[in-house]
Design a protein around this ligand. Structure first.
Ligand SMILES: [Zn+2]
Length: 234
């Protein structure tokens, strides 16, 4: 049987981790460092993904305030902070709750451009359906963006590497809460075989410089550049 030429091409999948309001906007409960720059890069990557018809696997963290699933005090289920950043949400998508099941249609990525899986823990591989999708999906490269680098992104990347996947971390499109912990996490990922690549070298630069989603002065361009650059705690 002759294989169609399409299957011979490199197939890239975008892994989108925790791109939610609490982590990415200034008024969020745990806004990452340098959120404006990282959001702008994520927005550019998402525009490229739409143009290139790259499929996306997204994980969103939904923690409970109390009960059996203790987690950090952000991205709490049912709050606005848990909502996904608008431009990380594709039109043809399917969302799965954290229900412990493993089912999904065989033609998942023919029917949809994006799968959004809710997680109750930092490690996506603890959620059976996410584990199965990430283990079974066929792709030559897994491009990873999102946050936080030191927890959710790290668990995702190390889990993919353990499954012998080719992982590329988009180093300017991942965000962290703690600089030192993030540096250690990135070194750990590299040591296990992940490649760190600047998103601009992959998607090029574009006119999309505005963040669009965050209403803080910096994202809205109301802060002088000098002032913005001197404060790296955003
Ligand atoms: Zn902002």
């Amino acid at each position: 049987m002759i294989r169609p030429a399409l299957t011979l091409r490199r197939r890239r999948i975008l892994i989108d981790v925790g791109t939610q309001r609490d982590l990415f906007t200034a008024d969020g409960k745990a806004c990452i460092r340098n959120h404006r720059r990282i959001l702008a890069n994520i927005r550019r990557v998402m525009a490229w993904v739409r143009k290139e018809h790259i499929r996306v696997i997204s994980t969103v963290r939904l923690f409970e305030e109390d009960g059996i699933h203790h987690g950090p005090a952000y991205c709490l289920a049912g709050t606005e902070g848990a909502c996904k950043i608008r431009y990380t949400h594709l039109a043809r998508s399917v969302a799965y709750s954290s229900d412990g099941y493993t089912d999904f249609p065989r033609d998942l990525f023919e029917r949809y451009d994006q799968v959004i899986q809710e997680l109750r823990s930092e490690d996506p591989f603890e959620e059976p359906r996410a584990d199965r999708i990430l283990s079974e999906v066929k792709a030559t490269d897994f491009l990873v963006l999102g946050a936080p680098v030191e927890t959710s992104v790290k668990f995702m990347v190390l889990g993919l590497l353990m499954r012998r996947r080719n992982v590329i971390v988009l180093s300017d499109a991942v965000g962290s809460l703690e600089k030192h912990a993030a540096e250690i996490a990135l070194r750990q990922m590299q040591a296990k075989g992940a490649r760190l690549v600047d998103s601009k070298s992959l998607v090029g630069s574009s006119h999309l410089r505005k963040v669009g989603i965050c209403s803080c002065d910096r994202c809205q361009g109301r802060v002088l550049k000098v002032a913005a650059d001197s404060d790296c705690s955003d």
